[in-house]
Structure formats: C-alpha cells, structure tokens
Write a protein that binds this ligand. Structure first.
Ligand SMILES: [Zn+2]
Length: 286
C-alpha cells in the first residue's frame, strides 16, 4: 500500500507552497487507495509555536485533506534517534567533532594546493580536522558527531548508490548518486548530531520515514540534493530506500520562491479573504 507524508515545521503559517506539496502527496496516495500522513517536524523547539501547530491542521482540513492518525512529532522521538546514533557510533562510521564554525572556516582558508572548496546541501564540506582523533569506547554525549563518509564507504560497500525518482505518472528514472563522483566530494562528513544533542534533520527524516512505512517521499525539488545523504544514511542503518517524487517549487508572480515567512501568501490569509479550497488548487495549478 502506498503511504505518503507531508512533514511541516510549526514555525510559521502554511503557504501556497506547502499546500501544493501536501495536496500532491495526499492525492498521490489516495488515488491508489493508499494512506497519507502528517508528521510534525518540530526538532527546533526554539522556533516552534503552538499556534502554528494547530493552524497547520486547521488549514489542511479546510483544504479537504484527510490523514491517518496518530500524528508523529519529532520532538517526542529522541530515543529512536539516539538508538540510531548509537548504532552508527559503534559501527565506527561517526566521530566527535570539536570544531567551532571559526575553526572550520580557518581550516578551509588554509592553503590546500589550489583544491576546490566543495559544497554539500548543508554548506561547505567539512575539511575533516577531527576525523582521525582518538575515539572513546562510549558515545560522547556533549559533542557534535559527524559521519566518516570514507570509512562508511569501505565498511558498507557504498560504491553504487542509487534511488528511484518518479518523474511523471507511470514514469520513473534511476538516479545514480556516486557513479561519476565520489561521496567524499558530494556529501562529505555531514553533521549527524549537533553539540546540543539534537539530531540532524537528515538523520531524523530517514528514521521517521522508515518508522511510518513511507513508500513514496513527496517533497520539493530543493531537497533533491539531500536525497543522496538520505540514501547513504538508509544504507548505514539497514533501512529500505523509498521512492522519491521531487515536485517543482511554487513561485510568486515575480518568479521568486515563496518564502515561509510570507504571511501574505498564507492559506489562512486567503481563507480570511473568502477564497475556497478550489481557488487554492487553481492558484497552484492543481
Ligand atoms: Zn572537528
């Protein structure tokens, strides 16, 4: 059975871009008698507001969407994330990193024989300063942890990574992640947990998708580069890779991507102006 999800963060109102993503995921599952779920991505508790949490469900219901319960909230899943991090630590594919932002930029600025500064979806690829420092037997609880992608490649045979992307109804293509490029250059040693012990989004999302048996991950094309990271983490944790659908992003009339903070384009604003759910669908070309 097809299961899709919509996973908003309650840090602002739902806007047209959210509605687009939610409707596509919802309709895709329902068209085949599948299930649609809503997951609340509230790892960053400093930015989460209760009012947005309730507004999300009110707007989705108004749009005519229905979802399976119970609702999963990432803020309640610390144990699941911690177990996964333990597994990675004891498999020796993550290591503590003691660097500050400044340490990292200084290491990158140091002469490296003219080598390029490489980027991953999170920003500049970490130069590996802490990779070879002595590791403790027990997982440190107060340090950022990073993936040792080179060690992971050797230990888990990550030489031929791919995922299947559905590009149109009935059409899919296989995306080769590292056929022509090296994982150390496209992903690098990404952060797995921050110093405050909050798991990285990349880790939380693959664990949650597995826990909720998501068969098709529907999300914006801005997240396509992150899918490579997610496939690596799925392999390291022994999880199945779902199918992916990366939809185009909704832009405003000037061609600019709708920012989350743009309250003028929020669903609740359109509602208060008298728009119907069908009007919203038309505005976003659905
Ligand atoms: Zn470091």
């Amino acid at each position: 059975m097809i299961r899709t999800r919509f996973a908003p963060s309650p840090t602002g109102p739902l806007h047209l871009g959210h509605a687009y993503s939610a409707i596509i995921a919802h309709d895709f599952a329902k068209a085949s008698g599948g299930e649609f779920i809503v997951r609340i991505e509230d790892l960053d508790q400093s930015r989460v507001r209760k009012k947005w949490d309730s507004q999300i469900f009110e707007d989705l219901e108004w749009l005519g969407l229905s979802w399976a319960r119970p609702i999963m909230r990432q803020s309640e899943r610390a144990e699941a994330y911690s177990n996964a991090i333990d597994k990675l630590y004891y498999n020796q594919v993550i290591y503590p990193c003691y660097c500050t932002r400044r340490d990292i930029s200084e290491a990158i600025a140091a002469p490296q024989g003219g080598s390029l500064i490489l980027q991953n979806p999170d920003g500049i690829i970490y130069p590996g300063t802490c990779r070879h420092k002595t590791k403790t037997n027990t997982r440190p609880k107060d340090q950022a942890l990073r993936l040792d992608v080179a060690a992971a490649m050797v230990a888990h045979d990550l030489n031929d990574l791919k995922f299947i992307e559905i590009v149109a109804p009935g059409h899919s293509k296989t995306i080769n992640i590292n056929k022509n490029s090296n994982l150390t250059d496209i992903i690098g040693d990404i952060v797995i947990t921050r110093r405050d012990m909050a798991p990285a989004y990349h880790l939380a999302v693959v664990i949650d998708d597995m826990e909720q048996n998501i068969t098709h991950v529907v999300r914006g094309e801005d997240l396509r580069p992150s899918t490579s990271i997610h496939v690596v983490l799925q392999r390291l944790l022994g999880l199945t890779t779902p199918f992916y659908i990366h939809h185009p992003l909704i832009n405003d009339e000037n061609g600019k991507r709708l920012a989350k903070r743009n309250d003028a384009k929020s669903i609740s604003t359109f509602r208060s102006q008298g728009a119907s759910p069908l009007d919203i669908r038309h505005m976003i070309g659905l």
